[in-house]
Design a protein around this ligand. Structure first.
Ligand SMILES: *Cc1c(COP(=O)(O)O)cnc(C)c1O
Length: 453
């Protein structure tokens, strides 16, 4: 262990970071910054990390705002009432953006990400279900949730962490969305809600939200059991309203009780920010709200997290005010156009076929054609990494594990020239692999793992 205390100003910069024990002495600010900074030099360049949906570019004005507010603890509503008011205004804006009923009082919250939003939504539906069951004098000990096999890992976490039986409808090769097809084998009186996705992680498609909705309507007619629908719009929540205004995926469908979205994905804010919005206030179970007085004044808290940074919430306000519907529409259109451009260039190369039937959000999900037999998607991912690009390759969830996918998330910071360079590097990687063969084996996956977010 180094005794930093006795280092000269020159030696400080050369100090080795202790690996096991807590640092002993103190060093200058400049040396500390340099050591921490350089320790991460070999991490990926976030701009080239196209395996992730999360925002990596914001304008200097947004960064200034975040910097100015970075010391604000969001939860302290008594001290920062205007920050809280800003969040509440954005809850109303999102309720409006997602076509919530005008005559109902919206309810919602900013969260650390969609994960916290999803868990909170799941809890609200679990509590509502339990209350209703108890009021009817029925057993309330076996709640379950119905989702497709394409759900993001957070839902599996929710079900395990909060003791809700998972009823996950498996995928099959060629169909990676949840439809109404097998709902009758999974949905029952203990189903707290069905989760359908707008903009899924694997192929970017939407589940068949309308069909699922209509099936649940028919189920209620037949059985008298009304089951709410939650929409996981982590990605689609900030794409659908702008690009497909006539497409009814949101609160226009009466059974949609709650929607989450990631402010840090196509909400275009740096991590971490998520949103959860309920169709109306009464759907958020009052029992989940706590009133605290230890920050001075009494304030309500109903998120899983307590203290959190306000900077992302303020940055979201900046983005909404800066772009408005007009700007978000232009940005999303350009991004989807760029995704289509990339897709076309790659399909033209004759190495790949497209996995998604519809191109809603700017995700390009590819799989190598059957006639490619001496390399796989993992080889392509590894080869383009030599140029700095990070593209995720993964096997699909059950029962489509035999399909391997190469996924590229096209985000707003990628321009045409970058897309063309990327396509060229991918095709050149394939040319090289065709000539020399690949050797990557799919990494061994844990039973519950899923594609990256
Ligand atoms: C990213 C994602 C999540 C998790 O959201 P975070 O914002 O990363 O916590 C949940 N569902 C879907 C469909 C996602 O794409």
């Amino acid at each position: 262990m180094s005794k930093e205390r006795n280092l000269s100003p020159y030696e400080e910069f050369n100090m080795e970071i202790p690996q096991e024990e807590f640092p002993e002495g103190s060093i200058s600010a400049r040396a500390a910054k340099s050591i921490v900074d350089s320790a991460m030099w070999t991490d990926a360049n976030p701009m080239l990390n196209l395996s992730s949906f999360v925002t990596t570019y914001m304008e200097p004005e947004a960064r200034d705002l975040m910097h100015e507010h970075v010391h604000i603890n969001y939860v302290d509503h008594d001290m920062y009432p205007k920050t809280y008011a800003m969040e509440q205004i954005m809850v109303k804006w999102l309720h409006d953006l997602w076509n919530g009923p005008k005559d109902k009082e919206p309810y919602g919250a900013a969260t650390v990400g969609s994960s916290e939003a999803c868990m909170l939504a799941g809890l609200a539906h679990k509590w509502n279900w339990r209350e209703k069951r108890k009021a009817e004098g029925k057993d309330a000990s076996n709640p379950n949730m119905v989702t497709g096999g394409n759900v993001q890992i957070v839902w599996k976490k929710f079900m395990r962490y909060f003791d809700v039986e998972d009823k996950i409808i498996p995928l099959k090769p060629g169909n990676y969305r949840l439809t109404a097809e097998h709902l009758d084998e999974y949905v029952d009186e203990n189903t707290i809600c069905v989760v359908a996705i707008a903009g899924q992680t694997f192929t970017g498609e939407d589940d068949d939200i309308q069909e699922i909705h209509d099936w649940l309507d028919a189920y209620e007619e037949k059985t008298g059991i009304s089951i709410p629908l939650h929409i996981d719009g982590a990605s689609g929540g900030f794409v659908n309203p702008f690009l497909y205004p006539d497409y009814e995926w949101d609160f226009r469908l009466p059974r949609v009780a709650s929607i989450n979205a990631s402010g840090h994905k196509f909400g275009l804010v740096y991590p971490g920010l998520g949103w959860l919005i309920f169709r109306e206030k009464s759907l958020f179970n009052e029992g989940l709200i706590f009133y605290v007085n230890y920050l001075g004044g009494e304030s309500a808290t109903a998120t899983l997290n307590f203290s959190r940074n306000a900077a992302q919430i303020i940055a979201q306000a900046y983005k909404f005010i800066r772009h408005g519907r007009e700007g978000y529409t232009a940005i999303m259109q350009q991004t989807v156009d760029n995704a289509e451009y990339l897709r076309d260039l790659l399909v033209k190369s004759d190495y790949f076929e497209i996995m998604n039937e519809t191109q809603r959000i700017p995700v390009v999900a590819l799989t190598l054609k059957d006639n490619v037999d001496n390399f796989n998607e993992f080889d392509v991912s590894a080869k383009v990494r030599e140029k700095g690009w990070v593209l995720s390759a993964y096997t699909m969830p059950p029962n489509a594990e035999e399909i391997t996918s190469l996924r590229i998330v096209v985000r707003a910071h990628l321009n045409r020239t970058v897309i063309r360079n990327l396509a060229k590097d991918i095709v050149e990687a394939c040319d090289y692999l065709k000539e020399n063969g690949g050797n990557a084996k799919p990494p061994k996956l844990h039973k519950h793992s899923a594609g990256k977010c």
